[in-house]
Each structure stands twice: as structure tokens, then as C-alpha cells.
Design a protein around this ligand. Structure first.
Ligand code: SF4
Ligand code: SF4
Length: 159
């Protein structure tokens, strides 16, 4: 899968990913022979990278399962960043949000947000003034303002 800005070098368990949709992917793919998936000694552990790789190789089950996850389809082109008067870390916020969607780990997502946004001298989602310039620039037609508002609430940010 491309375009979500998510580092897929990650190993997750069914429990860990239960809120994130990875469980259903695991259950769909694990029984498949020749799927190329790496199952460790613990059958509830699966390498998420293998799921992405299976999808990239054309495994339809993997593609379908990944496409069913409601990721923000940000390609990190950063056209939005060039027009944002508040210097919001839009793509970094979306990457962090997608990590939470995939892995259900809020602390990990917040750490990513801290690095990708604050660590790159960008402002947090909560500082958005909803001017809408970013949405006019976004080739993915993402509802950036609404996504940022949701992220600000999820991550407990203060304006
Ligand atoms: S709506 Fe928010 S994120 Fe978009 S350009 Fe305006 S201040 Fe920046
Ligand atoms: S313009 Fe759209 S796709 Fe590009 S970085 Fe911004 S939100 Fe992501």
C-alpha cells in the first residue's frame, strides 16, 4: 500500500491491532497457502509488513482487506503546507492518525505526531483556523479541516 505515509515496518498482534482492522486481515490471510506471510511461533503474531507486501504482490485478499481500513488518503505531497497560513503539520498529523487507525496504539501515534509536526517546526492540528486554503490545494480532496478537528480531539490537543 502506498500513499498513507505509514511506516509498515511493524509487528503487531491480534489483540494489539483489534481496534485497527488488522485482526480481520490476519484472519483472512493466515489460512491462505502460498500467501507469503510470515507466521511466528505464536500464531496470533503476524508481521504487518508481510500484509503490505502481499497486497503489493497482487494478493487480492490483502488488497481488499487493506482498502477496507479507513485511512486518510494523504500522499504527503505537502501542497497544503505551501498555502497554510498557520503552518499546520497537516501531512504529519495525518500520518500519525493513520498509525492509530492501523495499530490502535495512541501513545505511538502521539509520539509520531510530536516528531512529524512539532519536531519539524509545524503547528498542531488544534491551531487550524479553518480557512480552507489547504482543501483547495489538496489533489486528494481530503476534508482536511474536519480531519484535523478530529485529530486534535483524539490527541487531546489544546488550541
Ligand atoms: S484550514 Fe487549517 S490547515 Fe487548512 S490552510 Fe487553513 S489553517 Fe491551514
Ligand atoms: S495536499 Fe492533501 S494529499 Fe497532499 S499532503 Fe496535503 S492533505 Fe496530503
Amino acid at each position: 500500500m502506498t500513499g498513507t505515509g505509514v511506516n509498515n515496518e511493524h509487528t503487531c498482534s491480534e489483540d494489539y491491532a483489534s481496534a485497527a482492522g488488522m485482526t480481520s486481515i490476519y484472519r483472512k490471510l493466515a489460512p491462505e497457502k502460498n500467501s507469503g506471510l510470515t507466521q511466528k511461533s505464536n500464531p496470533s503474531i503476524i508481521n504487518c509488513k508481510d500484509i503490505f507486501n502481499a497486497a503489493n504482490r497482487g494478493n487480492e485478499t490483502a488488497k481488499e482487506a487493506l482498502n477496507s481500513i479507513p485511512l486518510i488518503p494523504c500522499t504527503t505531497c505537502n501542497y497544503c503546507a505551501k498555502v497554510c497560513p498557520m503552518e499546520i503539520g497537516i501531512s504529519g498529523s495525518f500520518t500519525a492518525r493513520n498509525i492509530y487507525t492501523l495499530f490502535g496504539d495512541l501513545e505511538r501515534a502521539k509520539m509520531q505526531e510530536a516528531w512529524l509536526v512539532g519536531g519539524h517546526a509545524r503547528k498542531q492540528a488544534a491551531a487550524c483556523i479553518r480557512c480552507g486554503r489547504c482543501e483547495q490545494a489538496c489533489p486528494q480532496h481530503i476534508k482536511i479541516r474536519d480531519e484535523l478537528a478530529e485529530i486534535a480531539e483524539l490527541f487531546g490537543q489544546k488550541a
